[in-house]
Structure formats: C-alpha cells, structure tokens
Design a binder for this molecule. Structure first.
Ligand SMILES: Cc1cc2nc3c(=O)[nH]c(=O)nc-3n(C[C@H](O)[C@H](O)[C@H](O)COP(=O)(O)OP(=O)(O)OC[C@H]3O[C@@H](n4cnc5c(N)ncnc54)[C@H](O)[C@@H]3O)c2cc1C
Length: 462
C-alpha cells in the first residue's frame, strides 16, 4: 500500500540525525537495550514508544502498583530517539495566548481548562525533578512572550482580555510595553512583552531517567524493535497480539505512545494526527551572551501566531537553543512543503539561515559580533512533531479496541502537557475513571471526536 508523504501511517525513519541532546548523552547505557533479544511471548502491558510519554506512562504504572516484570516497552529506534530527544528544551506553559484560538475550537470552559492544565504541568515537572533528583538540567525560571509587531501585540492583548473575561487567572503574568519591554528582554525591536513562570530542561536526560528507573525495577525495553501490527489474539479473547520483527507479544493492555506515528497501528487516526518536521539549532554564545551576560529567562519571540522563534540558554554550558515555527512568510513554498515529512535524517538550510538571521536581528548584540572560531552555530537537527486537527492531544481508552489506550498528539508542545497526560493514561489503565484524571475533557479520545475531526481541517494554533 502506498502511504502518502507526511502521513502518520509510517514507522519512524530508520536513519535519524542526532540532536544536541543526543550528542551529549551518547554513553547512556540503555540506548540500544535488548537490541538483539527476542521479545517475550506475553506481557500484561505493552507500551509502544519510549519517549517521555512512554517512559512516564511506565513510571506511573509502577507507581500505581503494576508489576515491573509485566511491562514491556517497544521502541522502533534507539531509546527515546523521537521528539522527546530532539526538541528545543522549553517547558513552557501557555499563560493565556492560546485562549482565543482554543475557544474557537473547544469553547470557553475547555479553553480555560487547557491553559490551567499547562500551568499544572510546570508545577508537576518541578516537583517530579526535585522529588526524584532527576539530573536533567531543569531550570525553573520565567519566560518572555515578546511581541515583535504592533499587530501581534494587539492580538495578545485581546487574548489576555478575553481570557480574563472568561474567568482565567492571569495574576502570575507581568506586562511590559515599549522601552520597558525592550530593556527587560534585551530585544530593541520589542513592541511589548509578557512574562510568566516557565522552565527549560535537557529533555533527553529526562526521558532517559524515566527509562532508566523503570528498567532498574524490572521493566523491559526493546530498542530497534518496532510494533508493526496489532491484531486480536485468536486463542484468547480480550488479548492482543503485538507483532514485531523479533516476535509477537500477547498483551492485555497496550498503550500507544507513538506520537506522530500513531496511525500506523491506529489507522483511524490518519486524518487527525499529522507529522510535521520541526527544526532546532544550538549556538555557542558570543561574549555578549556569555558569563554574567547569559540570558536568565527563556523566550518566545513572535511576529505573528504562526511566525515565531523560541529561545533558551542552558545554565551549565551556556548553549543557546533556538527553535523556529513551522512556517513563516520568509520561507519559500518548497521549504514550507518539505515540513510535511517524517524524515528527521537531515535539516533544511533555508530554515537554518532564517533562524540565524532573525536571531541576529532580534538580538543585535549577538548579530553585531564577529564570531571567533568555536562560537556561533554549533549544530542543527530536526524531529517530527504530531499535529492534531483540534490542537490538543489524544488521551485515554480506545473504546472500540478494549484494552488499548493512547497518549499522543502533542502538537509540538509535549513538555507542557505530558506530565499530566501520561499519569492520567496510567491511571485509566489501572482502572480509574476519566473524571479522576483531572484532564480537560477535550483531550479524551473518543470515536465521536474522531468523526468530528475527520470531517475537515480545523485551524491549528501552533
Ligand atoms: C524540533 C522540535 C522542537 C520542539 N520543541 C519543543 C519545546 O521546546 N517544548 C515542548 O513542549 N515541546 C517541544 N517539541 C515537542 C515535544 O518534543 C513533543 O511533544 C514530545 O517530545 C512528545 O513526546 P512523546 O513521548 O509523545 O513522543 P516521542 O518523543 O516522539 O516518542 C514517540 C516514540 O515512539 C516511537 N515509535 C513510533 N512508532 C513506533 C512503533 N510503531 N513501534 C515502536 N516505536 C515507535 C518513536 O521512535 C519515538 O521514540 C519539539 C519537537 C521538535 C521535533
């Protein structure tokens, strides 16, 4: 069968490039866990995908009383080699900006819940990292949403007003205008800026910690071992056969944590989850951003809703990580088209040039300096994000396939969502109800949602 380009009905590309995060964790001992081993013939739980969703789901299943020897994690490539180890390092809840867009799709009540949930995620990541002493360079700080045009400043102001009017809490958001915005952000062309709590982390170290912990307790990770097909077990009703190139596992519960590739095993999601290639860049700072001059806050620098740049500066090595929006008016149609891809083996030169040029324009202190050998652009990488047609993830039981669950579709924003979604899916697997998860109802997987989404294209807000 011919799978259309950019479809999520594909396995991850077998020859991915390495991200900055992967290049700095090559000695992680479980990168190729069980690479040659046959899979067991049965396992109570099979988690497909070893990113932060899969790792945290396994972690939470164990916390909830599941036995480690009953958990198998299947990973198509090396451990945690999907978006979780390829992102731009931001753990950045939306404070209000998305409200206007979410309300159009989901209504006021759900839009408020979505934004509240993201705030809860930041707290949960912070608590988790502290409680478990996770060495993932998590840096709890604040973030600036910098409006680079008057039009976008108006959009943000309207979104904030609508958010507050609907009852949203923005007491943690600070606002700066004109010169004050330029001064606090170091961005001379800033029109306005908002500031609220956010963080950054080394996402690969976080994903690897989760896997390390569950493996040390007895769960089994099989890398380079894709799940290629799932079908009902003929001999034992209620169980599922998970096919892999290294054997078939009969499972009671399957949790799909496959993000952009979810529709390979769940073809009904093909029209609702779409893979998009995203790109990030690491830069070694020039003196204007080194030592005491390193940026203490994180940034989203926005020209419009769909044209923006994200920026963090790591505390330890001072590396700047610059993310870019999926499209912008400066990109050629060929480049914009190339984003509809599951190929994370290479990067796009035009996007890299735009990112560097824009960075220099937004931060002239950087652009005006001639980089010494060793300073400047260090590395460029790509990863595949999972866009859903209603901009929120799919979480929960797949009622038409009893025993199967999903936690996927994070719209390039998983670090601000997974820490409530994966624990919720683990709770559901262990018998709790949706209401007990506390998640916004619009995240819940349902056939009714699927048929609504399959009917057409809803605007994506990222
Ligand atoms: C360049 C880039 C920048 C980003 N920046 C940010 C950011 O700054 N902040 C933020 O919040 N989010 C960001 N994201 C998004 C974020 O990384 C994702 O939302 C998050 O990592 C999703 O985690 P996951 O575990 O659901 O998916 P993944 O990490 O993609 O894990 C899914 C795993 O499933 C495996 N898999 C898929 N199909 C199969 C199969 N059939 N069998 C076995 N294994 C399979 C894949 O190989 C993969 O390892 C960014 C993403 C990219 C690519």
């Amino acid at each position: 069968m011919l799978i259309p380009t950019g479809s999520s009905r594909s396995l991850p590309n077998p020859n991915p490039c390495l991200s900055y995060w992967q290049r700095t964790t090559r000695a992680y001992p479980h990168l190729s866990a069980n690479i040659d081993a046959e899979v067991p013939s049965e396992s109570k739980y099979v988690i497909v995908g070893s990113g932060i969703s899969g790792g945290l789901t396994a972690f939470q299943l164990l916390e909830g009383g599941a036995k480690p020897e009953e958990i198998v994690i299947l990973e198509a490539r090396e451990a945690a080699s999907g978006a979780s180890s390829r992102n731009a390092g931001h753990v950045r809840p939306d404070a209000f900006r998305g409200f206007s867009a979410y309300r159009k799709i989901h209504g006021d009540e759900q839009a408020l819940k979505i934004i509240k949930d993201e705030r809860r995620v930041l707290q949960k990541v912070d608590e988790f990292v502290k409680r478990h002493n996770v060495e993932c360079d998590f840096n709890l700080t604040t973030t600036f949403d910098v409006c680079m045009t008057p039009e976008f400043a108006t959009y943000e102001a309207e979104s904030l007003a609508a958010f507050k009017k609907a009852g949203g809490d923005a007491s943690h958001v600070k606002f700066y205008e004109g010169e004050q915005a330029q001064q606090v952000t170091r961005v001379p062309r800033a029109v306005a800026a908002y500031e609220w709590p956010a963080g950054s982390s080394h996402p690969a170290k976080l994903a690897q910690f989760l896997l390390q912990t569950v493996i040390s307790k007895g769960a089994k990770l099989f890398t380079f071992c894709p799940a290629t097909k799932i079908e009902a077990n003929a001999a034992s009703p209620g169980r599922w056969d998970v096919h892999t190139p290294r054997g078939t596992i009969a499972a009671e519960k399957i949790i799909h944590c496959t993000n952009a590739h979810a529709a390979l095993l769940l073809p009904q999601l093909d029209a609702c989850i779409r893979p998009n290639r995203a790109q990030a860049h690491s830069l070694i700072p020039v003196p204007a951003f080194s030592g005491e001059k390193a940026l203490q806050k994180t940034f989203s620098l926005r020209y419009s809703l769909h044209h923006f740049y994200s920026l963090i500066q790591r505390k330890g090595d001072g590396t700047l990580v610059l993310g870019v929006s999926r499209s912008n008016p400066r990109m050629s149609p060929e480049t914009i088209k190339s984003i509809l891809s599951t190929d994370d083996s290479r990067y796009n030169e035009e996007i890299a040039q735009d990112a560097l040029q824009s960075f220099g324009e937004m931060f002239p202190e950087y652009g005006s300096h001639t980089a010494a050998h060793g300073e400047g652009l260090d590395h460029v990488w790509t990863g595949i994000i999972a866009m859903t047609t209603d901009s929120v993830p799919f979480v929960g039981a797949i009622d038409s396939l009893p025993g199967q669950y999903i936690c996927a579709g994070f719209n390039g924003h998983g670090m601000a969502r997974i820490f409530t979604c994966a624990p919720a899916v683990a709770q559901l697997v262990l018998g709790k109800t949706w209401d007990e998860t506390g998640l916004p109802e619009c995240f819940q997987f349902s056939n009714e949602r699927l048929s609504r989404l399959s009917g057409g294209d809803l605007p994506s807000i990222w």
